[in-house]
Design a protein around this ligand. Structure first.
Ligand code: ATP
Length: 395
């Protein structure tokens, strides 16, 4: 099968094709997405049978781009404009132990390289510059059948991160693991506990960055991956992530998707530290889970003054209010995000000192009292804030 037309339609690929210093293979997700007619990506994976670094050097010279070598086995990156091209030496991989990093050796053919990959739909290559599809494992057929299928029985045992990947592709592409692959995933799920925290974090974050992360997490839950890791994923889509993402956008909270995603996972104290998640985020997420019921009780019913709402919110961590509001609607919290969060005093500590107050803890106290009054609508202008400040200082 020739894919010349598809390649020519691939945005930004033309200059790369013209600049190739010799034969190579387009591999990885681009091939899959090209066959699916999915939107093009701007990073390409090239494999060469032979030496990747010098190939990348030549390619960069011809493109007027730059090269970074990674020091890892035969890998270099060429950048030109905003396009990234990863060039790797075609390789074989063998696993000395379950979940260990593989032993790597140069491959003699591209087919050998394809055989080390995760799923048949990711184990296709396009020979360049001729644009012939190389598909020794029926990847194209499985794309048509919407199947995620491992290449051999030990695939998930060798590398349990593939269980996360399989579930992620199912959600993203609307595919399904074939029954054999599903059984193998179920059998290997306990092996996910052999993975390092950093590798689990990478897989988890990749899921949380995508659309419908809860669907993927629920699938992993069905395999028992969360139990193996000693955490709890949602057992089905709860809508929590949709609501968190909407609140995050509506109120300009600026939290990355992976951070919001962590709020959908329950785990024992310290589990996010084991994953080497940034300490501050780990603390905020765990605080949100702990504090949410208390904040809900504190703000239940009507009749809170604005200052009382803000006080309750500010006694909890930064993720708690958004997590609480995404978990269940609460009018007081809605008010907080809609209006109260933005209420700011027009006077500051310098104004208080200009009024004769010496630098001391009293400055904070007076500002706190002024803010409380302002929230409750008692100080509509700067002049009134200053008058109230003067009164408080001379009290
Ligand atoms: P996307 O980036 O869209 O998720 P991708 O297929 O490009 O998809 P990458 O994680 O960039 O995914 O990996 C590139 C390719 O490397 C994959 O298509 C697959 O062939 C191979 N690969 C990645 N991870 C593994 C793995 N754990 N085991 C075997 N092969 C893998």
């Amino acid at each position: 099968m020739k894919l010349a037309r598809e390649l020519s339609e691939l945005e930004r690929f033309g200059p790369l094709l013209d600049a190739l210093p010799g034969p190579s293979y387009l591999v990885g997700g681009t091939v899959r997405d090209l066959l699916l007619g999915r939107p093009p990506r701007f990073d390409f994976d090239l494999a060469v049978v032979g030496e990747a670094e010098s190939y990348a050097q030549h390619l960069a010279e011809r493109l007027g781009g730059r090269v970074t070598t990674h020091g890892r086995f035969g890998t270099a990156q060429v950048r030109y404009g905003t396009t990234h091209i990863d060039v790797t030496t075609a390789r074989t991989e063998t696993y000395a132990a379950p979940a260990a990093l593989p032993d790597v050796a140069p491959a003699e053919t591209i087919e050998d390289d394809l055989r080390r990959r995760d799923f048949t739909i990711n184990a296709m290559a396009i020979a360049l510059p001729d644009a012939d599809l190389i598909d020794p494992l029926q990847g194209e057929q499985h794309l048509r059948e919407k199947l995620v299928r491992v290449l051999h029985e030990r695939s998930f045992v060798d590398d349990p991160t593939r269980i996360f990947r399989a579930a992620r592709y199912e959600t993203r592409l609307g595919f399904r693991m074939d029954p054999k692959t599903e059984t193998l995933a179920l059998l290997a799920a306990p092996d996910t506990r052999l993975l390092s925290g950093a590798r689990i974090r990478e897989e988890l974050f990749a899921i949380l960055e995508e659309d419908e992360p809860e669907r993927t997490l629920a699938r992993l839950h069905a395999f028992g991956v969360d139990r193996a890791l000693g955490v709890e994923f949602p057992a089905g889509p709860t809508g929590l992530q949709d609501r968190l993402r909407r609140l995050n956008d509506a109120y300009g909270l600026g939290l990355p998707r992976w951070h919001l995603g962590l709020l959908s996972v329950r785990g024992p104290d310290g589990w996010l530290d084991d994953l080497k998640v940034i300490r501050r985020v780990a603390d905020d997420v765990q605080a949100a889970h702990r504090e949410e019921p208390f904040l809900r009780v504190a703000l239940a019913g009507g009749g809170h003054t604005p200052a009382e709402i803000v006080e309750a919110v500010e006694q909890s961590g930064p993720d708690t209010p958004v997590y609480a509001l995404a978990s269940a609607e609460l009018p007081a919290l809605r008010r907080y995000f809609e209006r109260l969060r933005g209420v700011q005093l027009e006077v500051d500590g310098d104004d208080l000192m200009a009024l004769g107050l010496a630098e001391s803890p009293r400055v904070g106290e007076v500002l706190g009292e002024l803010r409380r009054r302002k929230l409750n609508g008692e100080l509509p202008s700067r002049a009134e804030e200053l008058a109230a400040a003067r009164e408080l200082i001379t009290e």
